[in-house]
Design a protein around this ligand. Sequence first.
Ligand code: PMT
Length: 397
Amino acid sequence: MTLKNKHIVLGISGSIAAYKAASLARLLIKAGAEVQIVITPSGKEFITPVTLSTLTGKPVVSEFFTANDGTWHSHVDLGQWADLMLIAPATASTLGKMANGIADNMLITTYMSMKAPVIVAPAMDLDMFAHPATTKNLDILRSYGNIIIEPASGELASHLIGKGRMEEPENILALVEDFFSKQSILSKKKILITAGPTYEKIDPVRFIGNYSSGKMGFSLAEECAVRGAEVTLVAGPVSLKVNHPNITRIDVESAEEMYNASIKVFPSMDTAILCAAVADFRPAEQYEEKVKRGGDILNISLVPNKDIAASLGKMKKANQLLVGFALETNDEESNALKKIVKKNLDFIVLNSLNDAGAGFKYDTNKIAIINRNGERIDFALKSKKEVASDIIDETFR
Ligand code: PMT
């Protein structure tokens, strides 16, 4: 009974895949969950509420009011009751309404009132799935912290072959079980994550910076938040957005500001993952006015910045975990091992600029995780989201 005592709101929208929602409801209940179905008006064209309520033992919720007695169905109560909202199948129209807050049916109002995590299993024809509007809506939903179960490829109801089939109920159940088991490990853990570059000011218009986009650190923050952790994300200057309610973002610009923010919050954290590309040096002097051309050479003296990781390493208590990154161009492993010792880290995540698709700016990364005993696990090139998941799995193993 892996889902014992779990309250799951199962949202069903109008797709032929709605017939699979009946098996899904049955599997969730067999695994111990209590399931409340919320269905859109067009969902009811594909599967009857009688079938669904017989399986769940609860009346299906579809309208805002019961027609005969005017009873109001509270989407707010459902939002507070649920441990998880699973929307399967989610049509293109439902995804669009979720992404844009068009609350014109009970499923969307429930979604918008939801306090619990949301998992979405899209189902539609291949061209609709490939349409830029769907891609954009899915990206928006991911940015809200929703988890998307990619549809499978195969023969669709239209007899066309391609991507758009809702994932099979057995696989969705496995994902839900995996989600809850990971959540139980991270739930309520306080995690500090640093991300992005730092800018070290030369004058009011120029700075010394680096190529970090923040993608790796933000993926880590989102992964931890989705798994139930309370994340403090100290972010250097990046253009990325976060919307997950479990993430508190502190924006900083310079290494000194990142140092001050990190030192302040670290004592109340369980774990810190230091992914930021922090400038090791800053100009000794900052010019008050824009430096003008003149002469051949402008010399800028640099002074060292404080090492955030090493400072947290000194403050670290026995019950705290400290994970650093090493971005290397040569002698990768020996440099990473030196950093573990120098900064008193528990693990280091090594990425090398010699690996194609790894490091700055890419949506992918290729890492190795090395512990204090020098034990090393290598991972394949993956999306930064998947890399974040591997790092969190290893950190909290
Ligand atoms: O942001 P992206 O474009 O997605 O790119 C991701 C990344 C390449 C920036 C990321 O994966 C990464 O490798 N981050 C660490 C980059 C780095 O500065 O590495 P380092 O080897 O110089 O530093 C070692 C560790 O000490 C890091 O954990 C770093 O955050 C920390 N450090 C470094 C200097 C300093 N003054 N204070 C620190 O805390």
